[in-house]
Design a protein around this ligand. Structure first.
Ligand code: ADE
Length: 224
C-alpha cells in the first residue's frame, strides 16, 4: 500500500511513522507513506495556500490551485483508489472503514486547516471524507495519523501472530475481554482462576462471555 499525505504541517506527520508497528511496516516494505508540503505547490508570494472567504466571515480557506497541482502531480505517477479529506464533518472512522481501507493499494489523504478547503476541492477531487470523532482538531494531520495507524496495522504481514488484529476490540462488534499477566496475585488482587486452569475450551468460552457482558454494559449501541 502507498499513502500520500498532503499537508501544510509535514513535521506533524513524522514521529507517528518512526516508532513501533508503523515503523516496522514501512521497513518491511509493506507500506510506503509520503508526505507532501502543500506550500511546494503554490506560485504565490510567501508560499500562500489560503485566502479570505468569499462572502465574508472569519477564518481562511485553503485554495483549490495548490491542491489541484499536488493531486494532479501525484496522479501522473499512479492511479489512486481513494482521495480522502480529513474533516470533522466526514463519516466517523470505525473498524469497518479501517478494514475496508486496509485492502486498498494507493490512497491520498488531504489534511484540512483553518476553515477547511474550498468546496470545489471536495466536489472535484475528494472521494471520501473521514472524521476521527465529533470534536474539532486544529488540522487534519493528527486525524490522518490515526487513520493511517488504524489501516496499516490491519494489512497482512504487519502484525505478528502475538499481536494479531483478529482478537481486537471491535473486530466482531464486541469489546475485547479483560487480559492479565504475571504475577497471578498482586497485593491480594487475583487473576481469575479459569485463566490458570489450562482448560482452553473453557477459557475461550469465558472470554466470549466476558466480551459479551462488557459490550452490553459499556457499549450496548454496538449490539444493535
Ligand atoms: N480536522 C479537524 N477536526 C477533525 C476531526 N475530528 N477528524 C478529522 N479531521 C479533522
Amino acid at each position: 500500500m502507498r499513502i500520500d499525505i498532503i499537508t501544510v504541517l509535514p513535521e506533524l506527520l513524522k514521529s507517528p511513522f518512526e516508532a513501533s508497528i508503523l515503523k516496522r511496516a514501512i521497513e518491511k516494505g509493506i507500506v510506503e507513506v509520503h508526505t507532501h508540503n502543500l506550500r511546494d505547490y503554490t506560485d504565490l508570494s510567501y508560499n500562500q495556500i489560503d485566502d479570505y472567504q468569499f462572502g465574508g466571515g472569519a477564518g481562511m480557506v485553503m485554495m483549490i490551485e495548490p491542491i489541484d497541482k499536488c493531486i494532479t502531480a501525484l496522479k501522473q505517477s499512479r492511479d489512486y483508489d481513494e482521495i480522502i479529506y480529513m474533516t470533522p464533518d466526514g463519516e466517523t472512522l470505525n473498524q469497518k472503514i479501517a478494514n475496508s481501507m486496509s485492502l486498498l493499494n494507493n490512497v491520498i489523504i488531504l489534511c484540512g486547516h483553518y476553515k477547511g478547503v474550498d468546496q470545489r476541492v471536495r466536489d472535484a477531487f475528494i472521494t471520501r471524507e473521514i472524521s476521527i470523532g465529533d470534536y474539532v482538531l486544529s488540522g487534519g494531520e493528527l486525524g490522518a495519523a490515526v487513520l493511517c495507524d488504524a489501516i496499516i496495522r490491519l494489512i497482512p504481514g504487519v502484525l505478528s501472530n502475538e499481536t494479531s488484529a483478529l482478537t481486537d476490540t471491535f473486530q466482531d462488534n464486541l469489546l475485547a475481554p479483560p487480559v492479565y499477566t504475571r504475577p497471578a496475585e498482586y497485593k491480594g488482587m487475583k487473576v481469575p482462576e479459569i485463566l490458570l486452569s489450562g482448560n482452553f475450551p473453557k477459557i475461550e468460552k469465558w472470554r466470549e462471555d466476558q466480551a459479551q457482558e462488557r459490550t452490553e454494559r459499556l457499549r450496548p449501541d454496538l449490539l444493535k
